[in-house]
Ligand binder design. Structure first.
Ligand code: ADP
Length: 508
């Protein structure tokens, strides 16, 4: 603003009396104005058509035309410049005519002319500047309004602006849509009418008007997280509008449609609940079924043992043996399933105590000695001297894992060797490593990553040929992890496999 008011002012003087022209110029220069002098209308017009000035002082009678004609010509050449009329004879009617044509003021060239000239110029100049500033402000307001209405029009949010006298200043199409309002109805509303309308469209428990009434005038932010309007859901925000001085001049409301978002969340939540229910049902099913199967199975096993000791012929004995093998296999399966479900639901407790490594290793090997002698598999074990003889661990669970690993190795190694080695874990000082290496059938690369998945076996032919539930490794891995360790393995198809149990040597 200031920069416009302070810029040096350039004044065009059009006056045929060269003496007066000069006097005017001197008087104005004294006031720090710049001047351009002309004596004829045509010269002034020519100059103005390619130069600009801020103000013109125009004599009404010129040798080549009247001042009035010059103004006409300027207008038709689209030259616009604020001007002041100066004339020798004081004619009221000419003054009115020229003021109508846009003259800013009218000066009579009498004895006071040169004295009033500077203050008149100053006054006109100020007026012109203020008009310019106003025009600029108006332009800015128009631009801001255009921006605001574009935001309003294109916003997917319903927007409503109300002033502090409850008058509605603006609203957008989205707002009308949300609240099923017509433009004419909305135009008849003030802020309270809108609130009443909204309340009546909502169930009483939404407490819309109550919540709104309880808001302080400077409340800001989310006031409803999930307002159900018809079949849609909205977040409702409110924000005070402040003047430059910080006074609150009104409020803006925003209604944001969150229906799609909420639906997506609901679907997710339903899926989560369903998954949870399924898991709970499954584990109950397993628990009940497993127990119901175990009890009769135990008695079948027991009675088969009794039967075997009774008087039977050889064929009958053979049948009883087959039945007994089948029932103990079934029992093992049920036990695996029980273990697995318990592990899945964290229902297994561990008992840590000091245990002797030799005893552990020995106990895991000895049950397989008869089978190894029968098949000719070379079953051995080794405990490296650097292994401390006593560690802290859950001997039952460690045995379960190791017997499963040795059992698998034996199962998949018909000829060759199986070796259990116990040594310090090269990767960690606080871990012990139990390695079960076999020279059996090995594991195909493509199935290796599924080995620890429950119920997975390398392929269908394997379960047919070697039996098993596909749960052993899944259980072993989970047990190892619960005890702070892990299992990994290497294998080459046709050459053999090495499974490794890494386990911490102490538990605190
Ligand atoms: P299963 O009770 O069937 O043995 P596991 O979980 O213990 O179940 O093993 C899953 C599958 O991993 C086995 O069926 C077999 O295909 C493969 N597997 C495990 N150990 C070995 C091994 N030492 N050599 C070859 N394959 C093995």
């Amino acid at each position: 603003m200031q920069e416009i008011l302070d810029s040096p002012l350039k004044i065009v003087i059009v006056e045929d009396d060269s003496g007066l022209n000069e006097l005017i110029k001197r008087r104005l220069i004294r006031e720090k104005y710049q001047c351009v002098q002309f004596y004829r209308a045509a010269d002034a017009l020519a100059w103005l058509s390619s130069n600009s000035a801020d103000l013109m002082l125009l004599d009404m009678v010129l040798p080549d035309s009247s001042g009035e004609d010059l103004i006409y010509k300027m207008e038709s050449n689209s030259i616009s410049i604020p001007f002041i009329i100066a004339t020798g004879q004081g004619s009221e009617s000419l003054a009115v005519k020229m003021l109508k044509r846009g003259a800013r003021d009218y000066l009579v060239k009498n004895s006071e002319f040169l004295d009033v000239l500077p203050s008149t110029v100053e006054k006109i100049w100020r007026e012109v500047q203020i008009e310019k500033l106003l025009a600029r402000a108006r332009e800015q307001i128009v631009l801001q309004n255009a921006t605001l209405s574009a935001v309003n029009d294109y916003s997917p949010d319903g927007i409503l602006s109300v002033d502090s006298y409850d008058k509605i200043l603006s609203y957008n199409a989205a707002l009308l849509r949300i609240w099923k309002l017509t433009e004419s109805r909305m135009d008849s509303f003030n802020g309270s009418d809108f609130i009443n309308h909204a309340s009546s469209a909502l169930p009483p428990e939404a407490e819309f008007s109550k919540t709104v009434a309880s808001l302080a005038s400077d409340s800001k932010g989310l006031i409803f997280k999930e307002l159900a309007v018809g079949s849609n859901y909205y977040e409702v925000y409110i924000s005070p509008v402040r003047t430059d001085h910080g006074d609150i001049s009104g409020r803006i409301w925003f209604f944001r449609d969150i229906t799609a978002h909420k639906k997506a969340l609901d679907v997710l939540e339903e899926a989560r609940i369903e998954a949870e229910n399924n898991a709970r049902m499954r584990s109950r099913f397993f628990a009940v079924v497993s127990h119901d199967i175990k009890t009769p199975l135990n008695s079948i096993g027991g009675f088969l043992s009794l039967l075997k000791d009774s008087k039977l012929d050889e064929t009958q004995k053979e049948y009883v043996d087959i039945a007994k093998a089948a029932s103990s296999h079934l029992l093992m399966l049920v036990n695996d399933i029980l273990d697995f479900t318990r592990l899945e639901h964290g229902n297994i407790e561990f008992n840590y105590a000091d245990l002797e490594v030799f005893e552990l290793v020995h106990d895991c090997i000895s049950p397989f000695i008869p089978a190894s002698q029968e098949s000719g598999t070379n079953l051995t074990f080794e405990i490296l001297p650097s292994v401390q003889p006593v560690i802290s661990g859950d001997s039952l669970r460690l045995r379960q894992i190791l017997m499963n690993l040795v059992g698998n190795a034996m199962k998949f190694t018909r000829k060759g060797s199986v070796k259990l080695t116990c040594k310090p874990d090269p990767d960690s000082k606080s871990m012990l490593l139990f390695e079960v290496a076999d020279t059996g059938i090995g594991i195909k690369k493509e199935v290796a990553k599924f080995l620890f998945t429950p119920f997975s076996q390398a392929d269908a032919t394997i379960s047919a040929k070697y039996g098993g539930s596909g749960l052993g490794l899944a259980i072993s891995r989970q047990l190892a992890e619960r005890m702070g360790g892990y299992i990994d393995f290497d294998s080459e198809e046709g050459k053999g496999s090495t499974f490794r149990l890494h386990i911490p040597v102490s538990h605190h």
